[in-house]
Design a protein around this ligand. Structure first.
Ligand code: FMN
Length: 175
């Protein structure tokens, strides 16, 4: 892939919130998780974990925890991406909290793009009640759920959302 192909690949992704009922294959799930396994992390401590949820009742419970967002209940698989504080704090103390959040966010980004590479649709979902998600999935206290990445075979066409001009983000040398 050359660099213009890569930009085209990124530009062709958008959040999709309607999915076919067809589940993801084991191979697709394994591919997505294998791509996550390549992410960089602070001190290479890999302070992230993912709960792969395919059970229908759990998915509906997670949709409720996500304030009734319908796409969460409809997606055939939900990847609940978590920061694992203990793994990072054991080396970095308080700073490890921030590193674990960064590690997990990078993992989720890779997963979103891995799904896109396989022609699958995703929606990064950050609005949910953390305590509810903790209880539904039985998460231990040192693990914080950050993202419910809904994934499936998309029904909606890809629509590129408007973006700010890149110049509004970029500052040269000083702010
Ligand atoms: C941190 C974060 C939280 C998000 N939370 C939600 C959410 O709770 N529900 C939802 O439908 N989309 C959510 N999104 C998706 C954004 O709405 C979407 O990425 C944005 O509108 C840009 O559209 P695009 O992904 O199609 O480019 C979230 C995205 C991010 C990065």
């Amino acid at each position: 892939m050359d660099s213009s192909d890569f930009l085209g690949f990124l530009s062709a992704r958008s959040s999709v919130r309607e999915y076919e009922e067809t589940p993801l294959s084991e191979d697709e799930i394994t591919y997505i998780m294998s791509c996550a396994g390549t992410v960089p992390s602070a001190g290479n401590l890999e302070a992230w974990d993912v709960v792969v949820v395919t059970d229908a009742e759990l998915r509906l419970a997670l949709a409720e925890a996500a304030f009734g967002q319908e796409h969460v209940g409809k997606a055939p698989v939900l990847f609940v991406v978590c920061a694992n504080y203990v793994r990072s704090m054991s080396q970095y103390g308080e700073r490890g909290i921030l590193y674990a959040v960064q590690d997990a966010t990078i993992a989720c980004t890779y997963m979103m793009l891995a799904a896109h590479a396989r022609g699958l649709a995703t929606c990064w979902t950050g609005a949910f009640d953390e305590d509810d998600v903790r209880e539904i999935l039985g998460l231990p206290p040192h693990v914080r759920p950050l993202v419910i990445l809904a994934a499936g075979h998309g029904r909606q066409p890809i629509r590129r959302a408007e973006r700010m001009d890149i110049g509004e983000h970029v500052h040269h040398d000083t702010w």
